[in-house]
Every structure is written in structure tokens, then in C-alpha cells.
Design a protein around this ligand. Structure first.
Ligand code: ADP
Length: 237
């Protein structure tokens, strides 16, 4: 946790006259577990899109391991090691679980190497037993695991988990958290964007809260929970 993996400085994004985000200064340390909270419309998705390269900030810079990546397209950032899951998993229908992973691995030339890599990723998310299952037969939890697996095929250094636990039971939330902890132990920095407060508070070493595009609080889970501005955002006056 000594050097930043990601570093955002003065990042701003507007849609027409409406400023959705910033200016934001935010670092993610290598191997950190960072939680991002904030009500709908706070700018969380816009921030992620600026990190992954879906959106180009109007001003400010995004650096990854010291290099300026502000102008890099998404696929180059993914190759460098920035990966994300999506709130709503969209597996390739009509394909098995393992085939869903072989598609993004088709840059690896040897068939055996591709399969070995896919098997490793399924193992990491605890989905090995479902490798041959049609993806449409998966449970909600298994779909979430497949979504994580898809984000892991490129061996990311930074994983952005965007509402990766929505709709899951408490026991299932624990299972996803355990996977994310184990990835983090293997050296992956994790950004968790999550509305399930107890999960994000438990998981994160540091929590930041956004509202109307601004970072309004940053600290440990306890500090952010007690922060009067955060309480006002969540519970009114
Ligand atoms: P969050 O993910 O925290 O819910 P978003 O980043 O999606 O917040 O949105 C922040 C604000 O920017 C919202 O007011 C939203 O309506 C607006 N916004 C997001 N994307 C666009 C867009 N493509 N065009 C116009 N407004 C947008």
C-alpha cells in the first residue's frame, strides 16, 4: 500500500452545461480496498468511466502506475490492468460458462493455453464445477461469479466491482466478499462501488463518499459513517 496504482487529479466531466463530476482528486494505492458510496446521480459511474476510458475527462488527468493514461482508449487501459464488472451481468447466451471466458481469451493462440487460463480464472471465483453449464442456467450468485471471472481474464491489477452484490442474500454477499478478499490478497487493488452499506463498509480499508459530483468525505468506514455531511446525504437533516 505504498505507491498509488491509480491517481486522478482535477478530473472533471460535464454533459452539456451540467457538471456530473469534479473536480476530483483521488488516489488508489496498489493493493488497496477502496469503497465508493454515494446516492444515485452522485457521479460514481461517471468516475468509473473516466478511469476505464469510456469517457474522456474535460480536464484533469488519470495516471496508472505513474503513466498518464488520460488519452488512452478503454482496451489499452484493460491491457495495462484496469478491469471492471458490470452491474447487470450480460453473459454470452448460448455459450457455456467456460466458453464465455474463452471469447475474451482468443488473443492467446494455443487452444490448451486458453483453456488452462480459463480454468484458472474459474477456480479463482469458485465456478470450476459449472464450467460446462449453459450460462443461462446459472443462479444469480453464479452469474455474479461469472461476471467477476470475465473481469479477471486479463489478470488485472485494479478491479472495479460495480454493484457486484445487488440482489444477493446475506450468505451470497459473504461469498462474493470472500472472493474479492482473496483476489486482494493475491495483489489486486479493488474499488467497490456498492449500495449494500454493511458490505462496502466491512470490506473497504478506506471509503469515499460522492454527492453531486463532489467527493464529500473520505476515511475509514467508521469515520465516513459518522461524518455529518454523509449522514445528511443519506438520512436527511
Ligand atoms: P451515479 O453512478 O453515482 O448514480 P452517474 O455518474 O451515473 O451517477 O451520474 C451523475 C450525473 O450525471 C447524474 O445527474 C446523471 O443524470 C448525469 N449523467 C450521467 N451520464 C450522462 C450522460 N451521458 N448525459 C447526460 N447526463 C448524464
Amino acid at each position: 500500500m505504498s505507491r498509488p496504482a491509480l491517481s486522478m487529479s482535477g478530473v472533471e466531466k460535464s454533459f452539456g452545461p451540467f457538471r456530473a463530476l469534479g473536480p476530483v482528486d483521488l488516489d488508489l494505492m496498489a493493493n488497496e480496498r477502496l469503497g465508493i458510496i454515494g446516492p444515485n446521480g452522485a457521479g460514481k459511474t461517471t468516475l468509473i468511466n473516466c478511469i476505464t476510458g469510456v469517457l474522456r475527462p474535460d480536464s484533469g488527468s488519470v495516471r496508472f502506475e505513474g503513466a498518464d493514461i488520460t488519452a488512452l482508449p478503454s482496451f489499452r487501459r484493460a491491457r495495462l490492468g484496469i478491469s471492471r464488472t458490470f452491474q447487470i451481468p450480460h453473459p454470452f447466451r448460448g455459450m457455456s460458462v467456460v466458453e464465455n471466458l474463452l471469447v475474451p481469451l482468443d488473443y492467446i493462440h494455443g487452444v490448451e493455453d486458453r483453456h488452462r487460463r480459463a480454468a484458472e480464472v474459474l477456480e479463482r471465483v469458485g465456478l470450476s464445477a459449472r464450467a460446462a453449464y449453459p450460462s443461462e442456467d446459472l443462479s444469480q450468485l453464479e452469474l455474479r461469479k461469472l461476471e467477476l471471472a470475465r473481469a479477471l481474464v486479463g489478470n488485472p491489477k485494479v478491479l472495479i466491482a460495480d454493484e457486484a452484490m445487488a440482489g444477493l442474500s446475506e450468505a451470497e454477499i459473504d461469498e462474493v466478499l470472500a472472493i474479492l478478499y482473496s483476489l486482494n490478497e493475491q495483489g489486486v487493488a479493488v474499488i467497490m462501488i456498492e449500495h449494500i452499506m454493511h458490505a462496502v463498509m466491512r470490506f473497504s480499508q478506506r471509503v469515499v463518499c460522492f454527492e453531486t459530483g463532489q467527493l464529500i468525505a473520505s476515511g475509514t468506514a467508521e469515520e465516513v459513517t459518522r461524518n455529518p455531511t454523509v449522514q445528511k446525504v443519506y438520512f436527511g437533516e
